[in-house]
Ligand binder design. Structure first.
Ligand SMILES: [Fe+2]
Ligand SMILES: [Fe+2]
Length: 195
C-alpha cells in the first residue's frame, strides 16, 4: 500500500479542488466517528481518502475502465452513471493505491448505495460522506449528524431514508442495494422504524 502522505498527494491531483476539500471533510468525519465506535482509525482514514478517487473522471472514461477491468455494470448503473465511481473506485484503490484490505475496498465500493448487512467501516464511510462539514445543510442533515456519534445504525437508517427520498424527487433510478440496506436495518430491530 502507498504511504498515506503519498496517497494524499496522488488523490489531490486526481480530484477537483472542491472534491478534494469534500474528501478531507470525509476523512476528518470518519476519524471522529471511528473513535467513538472503536474502529481502526487507519482503515477509516484510507477508505475515506479514496472513496471518491475516480469521481472526477468523465463518465465515458469510467465506463471504458470498467470494461477494461471486467467490472460489470448493472441496469441501475447504466441508467445512472453517477453510481459507477464507487465500484470503479474500489478497483482503482487496489490497482493504483495498492490497497489490499477487503474491508477498505468494500467500504469504497458500497459508499453510495449502501448494502444489506453493512460492516461498521461501510457505515462509517457512508455516513461521513453524507454528513461531512462542507456539505450544504438540508432538512434532516443535522439530525443525522448528531445521531452518527450516538446511534450509528439509526443514523445510517435516517441517511438511507433521506437518500431514497432525494433520489425519488430527482426522478433518478434507485439502486436495489439501497432498499436492501434499509430493509436489513428494519429487520435487524436495531433501529426505530419511521411511523
Ligand atoms: Fe461518492
Ligand atoms: Fe463523496
Amino acid at each position: 500500500m502507498l504511504d498515506y502522505n503519498n496517497m494524499v498527494e496522488k488523490i489531490r491531483s486526481a480530484l477537483s479542488p472542491r472534491r478534494f476539500i469534500h474528501t478531507l471533510g470525509v476523512v476528518e468525519t470518519a476519524v471522529k466517528i471511528a473513535k467513538v465506535y472503536y474502529i481502526d482509525i487507519e482503515q477509516a482514514k484510507i477508505a475515506a481518502l479514496l472513496h471518491d478517487c475516480v469521481k472526477d473522471y468523465p463518465h465515458s472514461l469510467q465506463i471504458q475502465l470498467c470494461k477494461e477491468f471486467h467490472i460489470p455494470l448493472d441496469e441501475t448503473m447504466k441508467k445512472n452513471p453517477e453510481l459507477i465511481h464507487s465500484f470503479l473506485g474500489a478497483e482503482i484503490a487496489k490497482r493504483e493505491y495498492e490497497v489490499e484490505d477487503s474491508y477498505i475496498l468494500d467500504a469504497i465500493r458500497y459508499h453510495t448505495t449502501g448494502r444489506a448487512n453493512m460492516t461498521l467501516l461501510d457505515k462509517i464511510i457512508f455516513l461521513s460522506d453524507y454528513i461531512e462539514p462542507n456539505r450544504t445543510s438540508f432538512i434532516g442533515l443535522e439530525n443525522v449528524r448528531s445521531l452518527a456519534y450516538t446511534h450509528l445504525d439509526q443514523a445510517v437508517y435516517q441517511a438511507l431514508l433521506l437518500t431514497i427520498e432525494y433520489i425519488k424527487e430527482q426522478k433518478k433510478p434507485l439502486h436495489p442495494r439501497t432498499l436492501e440496506a434499509l430493509q436489513y436495518l428494519e429487520n435487524s430491530k436495531m433501529i426505530k422504524n419511521k411511523d
